[in-house]
Design a protein around this ligand. Structure first.
Ligand code: SF4
Length: 354
């Protein structure tokens, strides 16, 4: 009954999104990875770029890591891109580039969790699996006035159980899309549009006038502060960059030589840091000036970045061989974080003013 109303509403009100007009599991998978923690408007151009450049999972599997990171640039959460590549290569190597069809097979792949496995198996193959994302749990918590936090493990199990119970077993794909769309367009996190909602007469939160009591969430820890010092060393139109390899934010992206400190430091303090001294040969002498500072917010970290310009009458050489000396004019060929991009914008604006 509930599902029928939501599906009828969906047929009349759904947005026309490109991944809804296909049963190809590769395209559905791409869209799902791109849309994780990303708004549809932001993800759409990336979806078009990826399907234009990598038309099949085989093509993606053959892609060069840096090219994929470059195409992903600006979308954030970069481990999604590297996991996506791993999965594509796994499918190419072990499955002759044929996407698995069932939830149980899909869930075994790298980077595919219960949500994505349910989405692909139900959208592409109509397998009877309920999709439970933030939108779905919010809608269900309000319809059934459930105060179990949606981000607790007990809450996740509970909402998955309810979603499967009310799933239209004959039309699981469209049912899943419909409830997600209801959450995105009507039962929004703030200010749900209850007057336009097809299930308001069955919605416990609406009937009790308590829509803002749901969903309940466990409060996450505050983002931690991080202080990163970057070193911009431009000589003869070249700069030093390095590719981040740690299993952290920005893995695989290129950035300026850098290190973290406990707080923001001035020029005098920075040159006395052991990490700074370890970057250069002992004999190096140069001028140092802090030229740009910016606060950059990520989900779990607040980054305070300071950019220092180093100059010298002699050629500055860094000790570590992982640093690459690249032509400043070629920097746009490398995948960089949004933070580094802000610095590059600053440099362009700055040089334009000259
Ligand atoms: Fe959400 Fe309001 Fe509809 Fe209830 S009536 S499901 S709170 S939009």
């Amino acid at each position: 009954m509930l599902s029928k109303e939501i599906i009828n509403w969906y047929k009349k009100n759904k947005r026309d999104l490109p991944w809804r007009n296909t049963n190809d599991p590769y395209f559905i998978w791409l869209s799902e990875i791109i849309l994780q923690q990303t708004r549809v408007e932001q993800g759409l151009p990336y979806y078009h770029k990826f399907i234009a450049k990598y038309k099949t999972v085989k093509k993606l599997a053959e892609a060069n890591n840096d090219d994929v990171m470059k195409l992903w640039q600006g979308l954030g959460y970069y481990n999604r891109a590297s996991n996506m590549l791993k999965t594509a290569r796994e499918i190419a190597k072990n499955r002759q580039s044929v996407f698995p069809k069932t939830y149980d097979e899909l869930i075994k792949l790298t980077g595919i969790g219960p949500y994505t496995a349910a989405a692909i198996s139900s959208f592409a193959y109509n397998e009877s699996r309920a999709v439970v994302d933030g939108n779905v749990s919010r809608v269900l918590s309000r319809i059934f006035a459930i105060d179990e936090p949606i981000n607790s493990s007990k809450g996740k199990n509970l909402f998955e159980k309810i979603a499967n119970e009310i799933l239209d077993k004959k039309n699981p794909g469209i049912n899943n899309q419909a409830i997600m769309e209801l959450g995105a367009l009507v039962c929004k996190p703030r200010q749900p549009l209850c007057d336009d909602c097809p299930v308001r007469l069955n919605c416990e939160a609406f009937k009790k006038n308590s829509i803002y009591d749901f969903p309940q969430k466990i409060k996450k820890n505050k983002p931690r502060n991080r202080f990163i010092n970057y070193f911009y060393i431009e000589q003869n139109n070249t700069i030093y960059i390095i590719q981040r390899t740690e299993k952290q934010i920005w893995k695989g992206l290129f950035e300026l030589p850098n290190f973290d400190t406990e707080s923001s430091l001035n020029e005098f303090e920075i040159i006395n840091q052991i990490d700074f001294k370890n970057m250069f040969q002992k004999s190096e002498t140069f001028q140092i000036k802090k030229i740009f500072s910016i606060k950059h917010q990520l989900t779990h970290q607040t980054i305070y970045a300071d950019f220092f310009k180093l100059s010298s009458s002699k050629k500055i050489k860094l000790i570590n061989e992982s640093y690459m000396l690249v032509d400043i004019g070629d920097i746009n060929k490398y995948a960089v974080s949004r933070l580094f991009d802000k610095f590059l914008n600053y440099l362009n604006l700055h040089s334009n003013k000259k």
